[in-house]
Write a protein that binds this ligand. Structure first.
Ligand SMILES: Cc1ncc(COP(=O)(O)O)c(C=O)c1O
Length: 358
């Protein structure tokens, strides 16, 4: 097995045990005589798969009964338009701007509603989480949009804001299932699968019942949450194979003690990397310490040539996809749930060697 340590920001590493299970079931799932890829989504055997995926997610996230779980296509980016289309009433939303993905959410929402930016960290290239001042919030906002973790810059909210009753919509694409969240604090949570849940192709939307069913007549059928909620995500063909793999990943999380179990492992992994960044004379983190992500860790040497050399040499020993996002340069190690502790230890070991050799 020539597996590398893949630090990609997404699509990203999956648990080996899940990939092995997929492999073992590839030709003949259960006694069906076919791969999940070949199955009708209307078959009873597939219905069992999607039911189990949903039940496992509900279990590990402790999703309350009054929330629906939707399995949709179109990527998390489609949600930037779908959310305002479905949730607008007063045609006004609040948002905290913490990076490229909230900027995209802002520009899509502006097609439909007035957007009030309550705070932004753009002044320092999104390397911190801005303080939120309650007086900037709109009491009549349809919802408050935030990204709990910012994939590119490596920041995360460590507290969920108090919006005084305004529903919170959270983009959890890059940290869903990495730490414990109380779902009841949110009106809607959405996340593309391809970082912490499974292969690209399915977007999971967790939405409180009462937010469904208010879309205007102009909203296309496929963009209406009610369409998918009423049909158990089977109005049309859902991304069947990614949903199946997500189900296996959810079971894997259960086997590690659920989300709280994996959170401890994530804190350990991030701790190993951040501790070294704090003591290194060559490498340094770029994010304000209190706002550091557990999932995406950007760092630099301060010299673009040394960064390039480091990335190249790391690649030679199977530490791959650590080049930073083009907007920041340097390096970024994405250490999602499925990145083993050993992967982070190997990376830090190599960073130490590289530093010592200079
Ligand atoms: C926080 C966040 N939101 C949204 C997206 C967009 O996801 P998709 O590519 O599934 O549309 C990404 C992708 O990296 C992301 O990191």
């Amino acid at each position: 097995m020539n597996r590398v340590y893949n630090f990609s920001a997404g699509p990203s590493v999956l648990p080996v045990s899940v990939l092995e299970k997929v492999k073992s079931e590839m030709m003949n799932y259960g006694q069906s005589g076919m791969s999940v890829m070949e199955m009708s989504h209307r078959s009873s055997v597939y219905q069992e798969i999607i039911n189990k995926t949903e039940a496992s997610l509900r279990d590990i996230m402790e999703i309350p009964e009054n929330y629906k779980v939707l399995f949709l296509g179109g990527g998390a980016s489609t949600q930037f338009a779908m959310i305002p289309m479905n949730l607008m009433k007063n045609n006004k939303i609040d948002i905290v701007n913490t990076g490229a993905w909230t900027k995209k959410a802002i520009s899509e929402a502006r097609r439909f509603v007035e957007v009030n930016i309550v705070a932004s960290s753009e002044d320092e290239n999104f390397t911190y989480i801005p303080e939120l001042d309650n007086s900037k919030f709109s009491p009549d906002a349809d919802y408050f949009h935030m990204a709990t973790n910012n994939t590119i810059y490596g920041t995360r909210f460590t507290k969920i804001p108090d919006t005084k009753g305004v529903d919170i919509v959270a983009d959890m694409s890059s940290n869903i299932l990495s730490e414990v969240y109380d779902v009841s604090k949110f009106g809607l949570i959405f996340a593309g699968a391809q970082k912490n849940m499974g292969p690209a192709g399915v977007t999971i939307v967790i939405i409180r019942d009462d937010l469904i069913g208010h879309a205007g007549d102009g909203v296309p059928t496929m963009m209406n949450y009610k369409t998918h909620a009423d049909k158990g995500s089977m109005f049309n063909t859902p991304p069947t194979f990614p949903i199946y793999v997500c189900g296996l990943v959810f079971e894997w999380i259960k086997s590690l003690g659920g989300v709280s179990g994996i959170q401890k492992i994530n804190e350990e992994k991030a701790g190993i990397l951040y501790n070294y960044l704090d003591e290194s004379e060559l490498f340094s983190g770029i994010v304000k310490k209190k706002d550091r992500s557990l999932m995406n860790v950007p760092f630099v040497t301060g010299d673009a040539d040394i960064d390039a050399q480091f990335i190249k040499e790391a690649g030679k020993i199977g530490l791959i996809n650590i080049k930073g996002h083009r907007s920041l340069g340097g390096m970024r190690a994405s250490i999602y749930n499925a990145m083993p502790v050993d992967g982070v230890k190997t990376l830090v070991g190599f960073m130490k060697e590289f530093e010592a050799a200079r």
